[in-house]
Design a protein. Sequence first.
Length: 284
Amino acid sequence: MLGATTAGLFFVLLIWGNLVAGMHAGMACPDWPLCRGEVLPPLRLDVWMEFLHRVLAALATVLLLFLARRRLGTYRGGERAIPLLALALVAIEIGLGAAVVLLELPVQPTTVHFMIALAVFLLVLYMATNDGTNPVELSFSGYAAALFCITLLVFSQASLGAYLRHSAAGLACPDFPTCRGELIPSYWDKPTITNISHRLLGLGTLGSVLLLYLASLVDRRLRERRSHFFVLAVLVAAQVCVGIATVKSGLSYPITSLHLALTLGIIGFSLRLWLGQTQSSGSA
């Protein structure tokens, strides 16, 4: 219950942070740890969006402390590094978040802020999935490696998406499937390269998942996970469609939040499939 609650709170925290960015409310509380010099800030939507983002982060951190302490008591060997790493990343995240606000840092640290939060979310999901009663020997070979690579692909795609959002370059290619009316853009600047890379990673993820599903049709080692691969393929296909809608809507932040929610669902589901395949490989 503690693991699921902590993972759920980090899920909400990431979505909330995306809404704060979409509303350009990140600097509505220009000081830290107070907000406009007050414990309870004035009643204004942008201010309370940022203030509640901080409250959610504090609650998530407290739950993570309890979860990490519990897993440190049950994990053995190298697995004990996972809760310690999660706590270390949260400490870095808190410091970086404060620096972004107090120093008004540029887009790069803000994107790193998101990437660290996403990494913590994955570590929390691991701790929520594995309570330590059945030790897991992580595998990076065979089909387990393919699932791990899909998790990394989604992580990379989400990071590029965060960079596009925070650098205001999300509409460097305002159409789809073309980019400024061209299938292959004639002008390549950094925002264009990032947009195209983001799209190619999405299509690459979809292709990889479809290949795994096709493999499950012919390889008995994957037969029991066939329905899982089908669900994963549907989620990634939905993600591609929502990504197209994000561009067509001009980066409407409710749609970008749905885009991120699907990303978190996909990355969490692929992580669980990887752990399941790791256990299958170890028992084979």
